[in-house]
Unconditional design. Structure first.
Length: 398
């Protein structure tokens, strides 16, 4: 089969023929139809952690092809022929699990979700990693009320030693405020939807505030995001405007920085109330903020890879397996499998060329991982700068 294989020495990747993977007892094999690109995929091609020979890529969607002999078979359970989506940690760590940018991928049977009728595989490919990233931040790390069947009685706001949160558990207020910086990022688009799902499930009123380019404000004010107020992220005084719009001298209850670079963490933190909570998408080790930036609250951070339940290395950290986060990921994907259009997939940019074009075009647009390093090439319509879109490649037919 074809797979996009890392060449760590040359900091690139090439399509090569490799052996067809076989699922272990509790795994399934998926024939991949579509893959979605994430900045982390490009980051760890340009700055490899994995060794040459690793299959790259995280997000995939396709059709179940083969099942391990110990995969449970309850009534209505997963079966060959089901259309599913999920993610793996391809070449983003030192472990040996192959990535998803290949004709076939193997993964744990309970870490995929089934598509409802009418959802395209290309749409589904764009959801798994970023949707789970947002859900982990909102529910597992900041303690917003969960709209699906998962509970954690031991929840405590995550804080670094010496900077414990002033809040010991989820807020009991009936009226809350939530701010998202980077509202049109893939994670931000799912975060807004999950805030709305939380409000619907809990019966609480959550006012949603965001920072994004004005050209996207109309989209963000409509379903399924329904922002109450938005500011221009280019406005140098946007934190003050957010506090004014919130009409609260105390500040914002929850904040999520979906960029986490070049000073955005400290600015986002400045919108918070004294008892507020904040999550970020890039760690301190990854350069989200510096020691010189004095923050009023320690942001919570955790890599989405914790949901895979394996030992991983990421951004200079070794992460031990987390049964808690794996259980959360399983619950989240079960909820997505329930249908009823739980989350609207992000707007897509469907890229031409298939697997062979991922490196030369898709990764070129993403750069080496930071927003400032993204390509602004526009010689082709599909190579224009990315804005509120998720790149997806179709690599085979259904």
């Amino acid at each position: 089969m074809r797979a996009l294989i890392l060449d760590a020495e040359r900091r690139t990747a090439n399509v090569s023929n490799v052996s067809l993977p076989e699922p272990s007892a509790h795994e399934i094999r998926v024939r991949v139809v579509a893959v979605a690109l994430n900045p982390v995929d490009s980051l760890y091609m340009h700055n490899p952690l994995g060794q040459t020979g690793r299959t790259v890529g995280s997000d995939f969607a396709g059709v179940v092809d083969l099942m391990g002999h110990a995969v449970p078979q309850p009534e209505g359970g997963i079966k060959p022929g089901d259309r599913v989506a999920g993610f793996v940690q391809g070449a983003c760590s030192i472990n040996e699990r192959p990535g998803g940018f290949a004709d076939y991928v193997v993964c744990p049977w309970d870490l995929v979700w089934r598509l409802e009728e009418g959802t395209r595989l290309q749409e589904a490919a764009a959801l798994s990693l970023c949707g789970l990233t947002a859900a982990q931040a909102l529910f597992s790390r900041m303690g917003l009320e969960v709209p699906f069947d998962w509970s954690d009685d031991g929840f405590k706001a995550i804080a670094a030693p010496g900077m414990e949160s002033k809040v010991e558990g989820p807020s009991t207020k009936d009226n809350l405020s939530f701010f998202i910086y980077g509202a049109t990022t893939s994670v931000g688009l799912y975060a807004a939807q999950l805030v709305r799902r939380s409000a619907e499930a809990s019966g609480k009123r959550i006012r949603l505030f965001g920072a994004a380019s004005p050209k996207h404000h109309t989209m963000l004010q409509a379903e399924p995001y329904r922002y109450d107020n938005l500011v221009d992220y280019r406005d140098t005084d946007w934190p003050t405007k957010i506090r004014e719009l919130a009409q609260s001298s105390a500040g914002i209850d929850f904040a999520y920085d979906c960029i986490s670079e070049d000073g955005t963490v400290s600015k986002t933190a400045s919108t918070l109330a004294a008892t507020g909570r904040m999550a970020i998408v890039r760690s301190r080790e990854g350069g989200a903020w510096t020691e010189e930036e004095k923050l009023p609250v320690e942001p919570s951070y955790g890599a989405v890879w914790e949901g895979l339940g394996e030992t991983v290395q990421y951004q200079g950290m070794n992460l031990a397996p987390s049964p808690r986060e794996r259980g959360f990921a399983v619950a989240f994907y079960q909820w997505l499998s329930g249908g009823k259009a739980r989350l609207k997939p992000n707007p897509l940019r469907e890229m031409p060329g298939g697997l062979e074009s991922v490196v030369d075009e898709g990764f070129k647009l993403l750069g080496s991982g930071s927003m400032g390093d993204r390509s602004s090439s526009s010689e082709k319509a599909w190579m224009k700068p990315l804005s509120a879109e998720k790149m997806v490649y179709t690599i085979s037919t259904v």
